[in-house]
Ligand binder design. Structure first.
Ligand code: GLC
Length: 639
């Protein structure tokens, strides 16, 4: 019996004839992709046809046991595959404990998210981590249970249900690249079980590690130098991140199978989006940096195909913080398109926004955003300003040189600027992982602190406070209008400062990323409706953008923006067009000066009837020109 016939029979028995036919159709559609990718990755080790059969069996189990409410959601999403590209989709990112204590607490705070127009909630790592240091939850010991401090799997299922009933979706992290050293697979490997030893990359001596390390960059040069860790009685174990995070060996098909089981289980709990952590690192190849290898994409495509058969409403989001020329491939943009991840972080936009804020010159931003390969129309970027990680200066050498900058010097300048070391800098961040060998470093700090708010508040300078808030909102105005799903990072809606108390918590003093992972300040949140308060101004600005965005069909994510040249280096401008919607131009002034731009260069393609639909105060549009205050922004659209 063919796989499809068997799938039809099994699914029809479990779910009825109509749904059975749908499962069979999905398998038919994805089967070729699955077979081709697995053959390329694993064909030399195992019989790929046998592997396909085994995996499809697992996928069918998941399809047949998928709860009814989730199958109903699948149906809706298959009818409208662009559901996540809707302009009303807006994300919020937080740690469940820091935001609301635990998962039940999160359920009680959904109205707060509603005020911000949130429809997509990304909860930071919540599966059971190892005890002690766990890299913010990225060292998991059990993918099948929730961190007991946050609740239980039943709480997660209930939270997903609550979100769905409000038309919201749930995103959680899935750490694919590594497990904690205390995960049962790792413990079995350490105890000498050959099947589990083959789950990791273990070397008897330094010969191969030394050879690999010749071309491997260090991710945590300061806190965890090198990419291997020596384990007594075991040998040298590949550990790209911290010593207690052991990289899985994805060249072993058993690892694929085990992780597929995890993916399908989480999907059937009601998770809508899986954030695939550290995806670029899955495949290692000597003589390279062991990131973004072709096999990484094939593995993601194979996982995608499997998940789409069992749980077609579930999305993958790539956490691929990589160079611009490697980025769009995670959305399936290869010579031949094949569904891969539906979403990917637009780290180029994030980096160029911060770079431009420091230089007050949009030339580099224009260059790198124009140079980036566009996202396939069935996918979307997630646009963001801050996340829980440091900001790495992923400006490509090619882009920097094209606009006359020395790449290394520019990156050093950015770190100096945001650590506050550069004369006249308004930012109050901190250097993260300074690598003494290369001089490279990254930056920690909350968005507000990097925009100058912490400095302005401690100086008691109200005018500077207003300017810093304008900077923050101007940056978010780009994030909310560029195209893609905007992500609001918890606390930015209240312009929360750096967390100065973090040093008192164990494990957090050494890793200064915790300075921008504050606890939610609910006392500050109480002030969100006081128009004169800092919190009130930030909150109203962000909520206003959300409301405006939801009404603008032109912000649907299926098409990309066109970056414009207004002839003024201080202003970032881009046009958005969408068939069936009026065009929109977004303008952002990255300078201390108010600017006046002639209408024909600032708003190409818009008519005389065009109106400002969202802006900072004192923005003005006349029949001839558009005036933006310093660090101001405007969205202009035809009626
Ligand atoms: C991702 C996470 C980061 C973590 C790393 C290792 O990059 O965002 O916080 O340290 O993966 O899991």
């Amino acid at each position: 019996m063919s796989l499809v016939t068997e799938a039809r029979r099994r699914a029809a028995t479990a779910l009825g004839a109509v749904e059975g036919e749908a499962v069979a159709a999905r398998l038919e559609l994805r089967q070729a992709d699955l077979a081709a990718t697995l053959e390329q990755v694993y064909g030399a080790k195992v019989d790929a046809a046998d592997l396909v059969e085994r995996l499809v069996d697992r996928v069918l189990d998941a399809a047949c046991s998928r709860p009814k409410p989730l199958r109903v959601l699948d149906r809706r999403r298959e009818i409208d595959p662009s559901w996540f590209q809707d302009p009303a989709t807006i994300g919020y990112v937080c740690y469940a404990d820091r935001f609301a204590g635990d998962l039940s607490g999160v359920r009680r705070r959904l109205d707060y998210l509603g005020e911000l127009g949130i429809t997509y909630l990304h909860l930071m790592p919540l599966l059971r981590p190892r005890d002690g240091d766990n890299d913010g939850g990225y060292a998991v010991v059990d993918y099948g249970s929730v961190d007991p401090r946050l609740g239980t799997m039943a709480d997660l299922v209930n939270l997903a249900g609550d979100l769905h009933s409000r038309g919201m979706s749930l995103c959680i992290d899935l750490v694919l690249n590594h497990t904690a050293a205390e995960h049962p697979w790792a413990l079995a490997a350490a105890a000498g079980d050959p099947a589990y030893r083959a789950f990791y990359r273990v070397f008897a001596d330094r010969e191969l590690p030394d050879r690999f390390e010749r071309t491997l960059p260090e991710v945590f040069p300061d806190q965890a130098p090198g990419s291997f860790t020596q384990v007594d009685g075991v040998g040298w174990v590949w550990a790209t991140f911290n010593d207690y995070q052991w990289d899985l060996d994805w060249s072993n098909p058993e690892v694929f199978d085990a992780m597929l089981t995890v993916v399908l289980d989480l999907a059937n709990r009601g998770v809508d989006v899986l954030r695939l952590d550290a995806a670029p690192f899955l495949w290692k190849r000597e003589g390279t940096d062991s990131q973004n290898q072709p096999e990484v994409h094939l593995i993601l495509q194979a996982l995608r195909a499997c998940c789409a058969i069992a749980a077609p409403g579930v999305l993958f989001k790539a956490e691929a913080i990589v160079a611009p020329q490697q980025l769009t491939q995670y959305l399936g943009a290869h010579d031949r398109f094949r569904p891969e991840c539906d979403l990917a972080y637009h780290n180029q936009l994030m980096v160029t926004l911060w770079s431009t804020l420091a230089t007050r010159d949009v030339t580099l931003a224009r260059q790198s955003l124009t140079n980036l390969r566009p996202a396939p129309s069935s996918t979307a970027w997630v646009t963001y300003l801050r996340c829980h990680d440091d900001i790495g200066w992923a400006v490509s050498d090619e882009d920097a040189r094209a606009v006359g900058l020395d790449p290394a010097a520019h990156r050093r300048f950015l770190s100096d600027f945001y650590s506050g070391a550069h004369p006249g800098s308004f930012a109050r961040g901190a250097l993260f992982q300074l690598n003494p060998r290369t001089g490279d470093s990254r930056i920690s700090g909350t968005a507000a602190a990097l925009c100058g708010l912490d400095a302005a508040r401690s100086a008691g300078d109200d005018e500077e406070v207003a300017i810093a808030l304008r900077r923050l909102l101007m940056l978010y105005s780009v994030v909310y209008s560029f195209g893609g799903i905007p992500l609001l990072y918890m606390g930015d809606e209240l312009a929360l400062p750096n967390d100065e108390r973090r040093a008192q918590s164990a494990g957090q003093a050494e890793d200064n990323r915790w300075m921008h992972r504050p606890r939610m300040d609910w006392a500050a949140a109480q002030r969100r409706h006081e128009p004169a308060s800092v919190e009130g101004r930030a909150f109203a600005g962000i909520a206003g953008m959300a409301a405006a965005r939801a009404r603008l069909a032109v912000l649907q994510s299926g098409t990309g923006p066109e970056v414009l040249d207004t002839g003024d280096r201080r202003v970032l401008a881009f046009a958005r067009r969408h068939p069936g919607a009026s065009g929109l131009v977004a303008l952002a002034n990255f300078s201390d000066d108010p600017v006046l731009l002639p209408r024909e260069t600032a708003l190409p393609g818009l008519s005389l009837e065009a109106r400002v639909v969202q802006s900072s105060e004192s923005t003005e549009l006349t029949a001839y020109d558009v005036a933006l205050p310093s660090w101001g922004h405007a969205w202009v659209t035809d009626p």
